[in-house]
Design a protein around this ligand. Structure first.
Ligand code: ATP
Ligand code: MG
Length: 434
């Protein structure tokens, strides 16, 4: 992509309304613009990252046999009256009336909707277990929308739902999701710690929130220091339950589940910190299936009310969370997997014909090799170009100027390590693995 033809409205000034780094950087890097409190437009660069995160989430859901679908944002209030949640939900729910005076709402989540679909379509144990998900915008009229996309009112969530014949089946679905979540966050370059969370009225131990440590996080957490230092996923076995146990047998808890005795026993191995919730998985049994009639017959012809769980990932929150975990004074440092472009190519002197030719050639070569490149061909100062590249955080910067051309080299910078090298074009291509 030629920057001269792109839409990348970066800001030099630090926006004063933004209180945390990720929010400031997303505004400055031209990724988002606020529409109203907690509601944002995603500009091209921001949308690219959002889509990349969504794609990784999607691949890991597909890999465990969870099927993608798409439910609407607007739901009928009657469905929520049937589950009993219409009145319970309170002012966080955005209520709407259509032209026929029917009560509607902008979905804050989709348990009712998916249960209704399941109940209307699945009648036999032969079609169970089932796992379904969608990636869809949600609306919650949060009391305090803040920190940009971290706590928005409109936000993108992946929400999945599982349906099983019995508790053992439900546990198996839960475990599959648990491990899929660990893999998802790892691919996003994040260390997400699964923490025991409040299981709600059903009780049990099948509720985990996935938290990443960050000083700007809204939750207070405590955990075994091994969660911060070790990679237990690598040592975990093939067996699903064993893998889950590897994590859950060690102490890690969010505010409401903290246990003073367990923490005292950990001694020096205890870490307390602030953290951002990036996902939540939850077994809730027959809470919705009972109320909305999700009943199937088993092999003996008995009616069985199905066991359910729901599994959320904050896709738009993750954009901010990744930046909180990976930035410096100069800007964002994208992990390769979600970087909007892999390479930023800088023409240091657009008035120099030789320079333009060298840059155009390299751009063509990178593009042919399938390397997504943002090519800064604008007629601007070199200093401003470097500053913008640092700000938007692409993993590699390649800069070509008259001096380098004379010496047969280009300048290659690794955004994460800051390391700069002068390399021939061929060596630079090698470094990029082509
Ligand atoms: P929180 O405690 O942060 O309000 P929650 O418990 O209400 O989260 P869930 O209902 O479990 O969240 O939603 C699943 C995921 O959606 C959360 O783990 C979080 O990553 C994301 N999420 C929830 N609320 C918001 C929001 N207002 N803005 C952005 N992402 C959100
Ligand atoms: Mg909430």
């Amino acid at each position: 992509m030629r920057l001269s033809a792109y839409f990348l409205p970066t800001l030099k000034e630090t926006p004063t309304e933004a209180k945390i780094s990720s929010h400031r950087l997303m505004l400055r890097a031209g990724m988002i613009r606020q529409s109203s409190a907690g509601i944002y437009s995603w500009l091209p660069l921001g949308l690219k990252v959002l889509n990349k995160i969504g794609e990784i989430v999607r691949e890991e859901q597909d890999a465990i046999g969870c099927h993608e679908m798409l439910m609407p944002t607007i739901q009928p209030a009657d469905l929520w009256r049937d589950s009993g949640r219409y009145d319970d939900y309170g002012p966080e729910m955005l209520r709407i009336r259509d032209r026929h005076d029917r009560d509607m709402l902008y979905g804050p989540t989709n348990e009712e909707q998916i249960t209704e679909i399941f109940a209307g379509s699945v009648k036999s144990y032969r079609d169970v277990p089932q796992m379904l998900y969608h990636i869809q915008w949600k609306f919650r009229d949060e009391v305090r929308p803040r920190f940009g996309v971290m706590r928005g009112r409109e936000f993108l969530m992946k929400d999945a739902y599982s349906f099983d014949m019995d508790f053992d089946g439900a546990r198996n679905s839960y475990n599959k999701m648990f491990v899929a979540y660990l893999k998802t966050y790892e691919r996003l370059g994040l260390k997400a710690i699964p923490m025991a969370a409040d299981p709600g009225p059903i009780g049990g131990d099948m509720s985990h929130e996935f938290m990443i440590l960050a000083d700007t996080g809204e939750s207070e957490i405590a955990c075994h220091k091994g969660f911060v230092d070790n990679d237990w996923l690598e040592t975990a076995g093939d067996d699903l339950q064993t893998t889950v146990d590897t994590f859950t047998e060690k102490y890690a808890a969010t505010d409401e589940k903290r246990d003073t005795d367990a923490e005292a026993a950990l001694g020096d191995d205890l870490v307390t910190a602030r953290a951002i919730e990036v996902g939540h998985i939850f077994y809730f049994g027959k809470k919705y299936s009972e109320k909305l009639g999700a009943i199937v017959t088993d092999s003996d012809g008995n009616n069985i009310t199905v066991e359910m769980g729901s599994y959320g990932i904050g896709v738009s929150r993750l954009v901010g969370a990744i930046i909180e975990a990976s930035h410096d004074e100069a800007g964002i440092i994208w992990p390769d997997s979600v970087a909007p472009f892999r390479v930023g190519l800088i023409n240091l002197k657009v008035s120099d014909d030789e320079c333009v030719t060298a840059c155009d050639d390299l751009y063509a070569r990178l593009t042919t090799a399938g390397i997504d490149t943002l090519y800064d061909d604008r007629d601007t100062r070199a200093g401003a170009k470097f500053a913008d590249m640092d700000l938007i955080g692409l993993p590699w910067q390649l800069a070509i100027g008259p001096r380098g051309i004379k010496n047969g080299v280009i300048e290659v910078k690794n955004r994460k390590t800051g390391e700069r090298q002068e390399l021939s074009v061929d060596d630079a291509m090698n470094l990029l693995g082509v």
